[in-house]
Design a protein around this ligand. Structure first.
Ligand code: GLC
Length: 728
C-alpha cells in the first residue's frame, strides 16, 4: 500500500538522508526503510536486551552479573546512576554503528524512581486514581530525566495468595480495581495521549503477562492451573484495559500456564494480544525466561527455546543472550522464517521512533534539585501514604490518641529501609521519614513519647522485652509498630506463612500483660495473619510500605489531625490456612460454614473494601432510574450517603453487581465502579453508578467473547441490594 507522504516531508527528504532519519516522515515509513537496510545480524541484536550494572533487586539471584553488552543492542537494563555513562553508550550506538539505531534504556520503576511512593496494594487502598496517576507521572519525569526511556511497570498481576511475595507489587485481588489502576499508571507514565516526547514521559510495560499471581502455593517461577475461562474472567481484563489505554509494551511472565510457559504461549502472545486486541507494541520476556524454558521442560536447549519463543510472538529476549546467540542461525538454516524477526523488529523500532530517540538520543544532565525529590513530588508521596493507610480496627475510640504518655515500641519505629518496600528503584533509606520522626513532629511537648525497640523484626533475642514492658507500665497507651522486612516481599520472596515472626508476636503478648490499650501499626507487603492476635489490640492500622513520606501522615492519623480513609484492596485471611480467600469467589454448593475449614472461623478477618473512619457514614436507599431495562440502555443508580459523625471525612463507595443465574457461574459479587467524595459533618452527597449493561453486567466466555443474558441482576452497595431486570 502506498504511503501518503506530506509535501513538507518530500521537501525535507533529500537523496543523501536515508528516509528513516527523516523526522518528518511517517513512522511506519521510517520503520520499513530501516528494516530494509538492516542485516540479519543487526536485526537480531535489536531483539536482544542486555544488562549493565550491579543488580539492585536483592532477590533476583540469577541477575547478579552484567551481560556482555554492545551498543548495537536493542535495549539495555541500565542500573548505574550515571547519565553521562548512559549517553556515552548511546553515542557509540548513534555514531559508531553502521545505521545509528539508538539503544532503549530500561529500568524497574515500580512505585517511584527516587521519590518512592507507597507500594501497589497501598496505592489501591487509597482508591484515588488521579493521585496515583500523578505519582506515576513523577516517576516518569524522574526516570526520563535520569536517562531511562522504558520502565518495567505497572505490575498488574491479580493476587489472592499472600504467601506470594509479589502480592506487594500489584493492585490486589480484583480484576476491575487492577484494571482501573493499570490505566492510571499507563496515563501517568506515558501521558494522556501516549505522546512520550512531551514533558518527560516513558514507555510503560504491563507485567507479568499473565496469571503470575495464581502460582501453586504462591511460589515464584512455578505452575499455574488456569483455564481459558479463568484467564478471560479474572487475569486478562487488566491487560485488555491497559492495552486499550495505549500501553507501549508487555512483559511475559515466568509461570507455566496449564502446561505452556507464558514465554512461548502463542495463543496469549499472538492470538489474544496482537490479533484479538490489536496490540501494536512489543513483548519482552522476563529475566532469562527464554533459556529457563529448558528448566521448564519446554525446550531441549537454548536454540530450541529461541525458536519456540520467537514463533510464539515473544519480540525481545531479556538478558540471557538466547536470541543473540541462536536466532540468526535459525533463520539461515530455514528453521525460523525471517518474517517473525521482521515483525518483532518492526514493533521494537516503532517504539524507538515514538520515543523520539532517533532525534533526541541523549539525556541532558540535570542537577538533582531539578530532577528528583521535588517538593511537589514529596507532597504527592505524603498524600498518597495518608490515603493508603487502612484503619482495620478501632475499639472504644482508642484512636485518635488522647493520651499524654505514649510508649512507642517495636522494630518498625525507627526503621527506614523496610518502609521503602521491595523494588524501591533508586530510593534511599536516608530519604525515608520514620514513624518516630513523624510522631516527634506531630505531638507537642505536653505528650511524652518513650521509645523502645523491644526486639528485631526476626530472630530470637528477647533481651529488649523487659525495657518495652517497663515503658508500657509507665504509659497510658502502647503504640506498637511491627511488620515485615522489605526483602520478605517482592520477587523470589514467597513465605510459607503470612504470620508475623514469633518474636514479634511474643513481644505483643508480653506487652498485652501490662493491661494498657495497644494500637498496632503494621508495615507489610502482604496481608498479615492477625486472627490469633487481633484481640490483644484495641486498634490496628495497616500502613503497608509507604515509601519515603509515611511518618507524618501516620502521626496525623494517630493524633486525629487526619481522618483515615483507606479501604482494603486485598482480603486479610483469618490465618494462612484460610488462603485463598477473596471477596469475589464463586458460591459453594452449600451455604454457611459447610465446605469451609472446620478448625478455623469461616470468614476472613477483614474483607475487601473494609476500612474504618473516625466519623460514621449512613447509607440511604439505592435508587435506579429503571427497574426493567434493555441491553443497549444506559441508566444511573444512586445512593445518598450522609456523614453522620462529627468530623469531615472522605468516603469511597464501592458498587458491586451480581448475577444470580448465568450460563457460566460468576463470582458471587463483582466490583464494577467506585467513587470517592469528601463529606463534612452532617453533609449528604449522592454517589452515582452509571450502568452500561454490556460493560458492567455482561460476562465473558473462554473465547473472550462478552455476553449478556436476559434476567435478574442485582446492584449492591455494602449490604444494600437493588434488583433490576434485563428484558431483551
Ligand atoms: C525480574 C522480574 C521483573 C523485572 C525484570 C527486570 O526477574 O520478574 O518483574 O521487571 O526481572 O528486572
Amino acid at each position: 500500500m502506498g504511503l501518503a507522504l506530506s509535501s513538507s516531508f518530500l521537501m525535507a527528504q533529500s537523496s543523501q538522508t536515508p528516509l528513516y532519519k527523516n523526522a518528518l516522515a511517517p513512522i511506519d515509513a521510517r520503520v520499513k526503510d530501516l528494516i530494509g537496510r538492516m542485516t540479519l545480524e543487526e536485526k537480531v541484536l535489536q531483539l536482544s536486551q542486555s544488562f549493565l550494572g550491579i543488580n539492585d533487586n536483592e532477590n533476583n539471584l540469577v541477575g547478579a552479573k552484567t551481560t556482555a553488552s554492545t551498543a548495537s543492542v536493542g535495549s539495555m537494563i541500565y542500573i548505574p546512576e550515571s547519565v553521562e555513562m548512559r549517553n556515552k553508550i548511546q553515542k557509540q550506538a548513534m555514531e559508531e554503528t553502521r545505521l545509528g539505531i539508538p539503544v532503549l534504556f530500561a529500568y524497574d520503576v515500580i512505585h517511584g524512581f527516587r521519590t518512592i511512593y507507597p507500594i501497589g496494594p497501598a496505592q489501591a487502598c487509597s482508591w484515588d486514581l488521579p493521585l496515583v496517576e500523578k505519582a506515576f507521572s513523577v516517576a516518569a519525569q524522574e526516570a526520563r530525566m535520569s536517562g531511562i526511556d522504558w520502565v518495567f511497570a505497572p505490575m498488574i498481576d491479580i493476587a489472592r495468595d499472600g504467601r506470594w511475595g509479589r502480592i506487594s507489587e500489584g493492585y490486589g485481588e480484583d480484576p476491575y480495581t487492577t484494571s482501573r489502576f493499570a490505566v492510571a499508571a499507563v496515563r501517568g507514565f506515558q501521558g494522556e495521549d501516549n505522546n512520550f516526547t512531551s514533558n518527560h514521559k516513558v514507555a510503560a510495560c504491563l507485567k507479568h503477562y499473565v496469571g503470575y499471581g495464581a502460582e501453586d502455593g504462591g511460589r515464584d517461577y512455578g505452575y499455574t492451573e488456569l483455564s481459558r475461562q479463568t484467564l478471560w474472567d479474572t487475569y486478562l481484563p487488566p491487560y485488555e484495559a491497559a492495552i486499550k489505554a495505549g500501553a507501549a509494551t508487555v512483559m511475559s511472565s515466568f509461570n507455566n500456564i496449564s502446561g505452556i510457559p507464558a514465554t512461548i504461549h502463542k495463543y496469549l502472545l499472538t492470538e489474544v494480544l496482537k490479533e484479538k486486541w490489536g496490540f501494536k507494541g512489543f513483548v519482552v520476556s522476563d529475566w532469562a525466561a527464554v533459556e529457563q524454558l529448558v528448566n521448564q521442560n519446554a525446550a531441549a536447549d537454548r536454540k530450541d527455546a529461541t525458536r519456540l519463543s520467537i514463533q510464539a510472538g515473544l519480540d525481545m529476549d531479556m538478558t540471557d543472550g538466547c536470541y543473540q546467540e541462536n536466532l540468526q542461525k535459525l533463520v539461515e538454516e530455514g528453521v525460523v522464517d525471517v518474517k517473525y524477526v521482521d515483525e518483532a523488529l518492526s514493533r521494537v523500532l516503532t517504539l524507538k521512533f515514538k520515543l523520539g530517540l532517533f532525534e533526541k538520543p541523549y539525556t541532558p544532565v540535570y542537577k538533582d534539585a531539578e530532577r528528583i525529590l521535588l517538593p511537589e513530588s514529596r507532597q504527592i508521596a505524603s498524600k498518597l501514604a495518608e490515603e493508603s493507610y487502612v484503619l482495620l480496627k478501632n475499639e472504644s475510640g482508642t484512636l485518635p490518641l488522647s493520651a499524654k504518655k505514649i510508649a512507642v515500641i517495636g522494630p518498625m519505629v525507627k526503621n527506614q529501609k523496610d518502609l521503602l518496600g521491595a523494588w524501591s528503584g533508586k530510593g534511599k533509606s536516608t530519604d525515608v521519614e520514620t514513624i518516630w520522626d513523624g510522631l516527634q513532629k506531630e505531638f507537642g511537648a505536653d505528650v511524652t513519647l518513650s521509645y523502645a525497640a523491644g526486639c528485631k523484626l526476626d530472630g530470637n533475642d528477647r533481651k529488649g522485652f523487659a525495657e518495652a514492658v517497663s515503658l508500657a507500665n509507665q504509659s497510658e497507651v502502647v503504640l506498637l509498630c511491627l511488620g515485615e522486612k522489605a526483602g520478605w516481599s517482592g520477587e523470589n520472596a514467597s513465605r510459607s506463612t503470612i504470620a508475623l515472626p514469633q518474636i514479634q508476636i511474643d513481644l505483643l503478648t508480653e506487652l498485652s500483660k501490662a493491661g494498657k490499650p495497644i494500637v498496632l501499626v503494621l508495615s507489610s507487603g502482604r496481608p498479615i495473619e492477625l486472627g490469633k492476635i487481633e484481640h490483644l489490640c484495641q486498634s490496628i492500622i495497616e500502613i503497608w510500605q509507604p515509601g519515603i513520606a509515611g511518618g507524618t501522615p501516620l502521626a496525623g492519623i494517630l493524633s486525629g489531625r487526619i481522618n483515615p480513609s483507606g479501604k482494603l484492596c486485598l482480603t486479610f485471611p483469618y490465618s494462612t490456612g484460610q488462603i485463598p480467600t477473596y471477596y469475589n469467589e464463586r458460591n459453594r454448593a452449600r451455604r454457611g460454614n459447610q465446605g469451609t475449614y472446620q478448625d478455623i472461623p469461616t470468614d476472613p478477618l477483614y474483607t475487601f473494601a473494609h476500612g474504618l473512619s473516625y466519623t460514621t457514614y449512613s447509607y440511604g436507599e439505592l435508587k435506579s432510574e429503571v427497574t426493567n431495562f434493555k441491553r443497549n440502555q444506559t441508566f444511573k443508580v444512586t445512593v445518598p450517603v450522609t456523614n453522620s459523625g462529627d468530623r469531615e471525612g472522605v468516603e469511597t463507595v464501592h458498587w458491586f453487581i451480581s448475577d444470580p443465574v448465568c450460563s457460566i457461574t460468576r463470582p458471587k459479587i463483582e466490583l464494577k465502579s467506585f467513587e470517592r467524595q469528601s463529606l463534612k459533618p452532617g453533609e449528604t452527597k449522592v454517589f452515582t453508578f452509571e450502568v452500561i449493561p454490556m460493560r458492567d453486567l455482561s460476562f465473558v466466555n473462554e473465547d473472550g467473547e462478552r455476553f449478556l443474558e436476559k434476567g435478574v441482576y442485582y446492584i449492591q452497595v455494602k449490604d444494600k441490594k437493588l434488583k433490576i431486570e434485563l428484558t431483551d
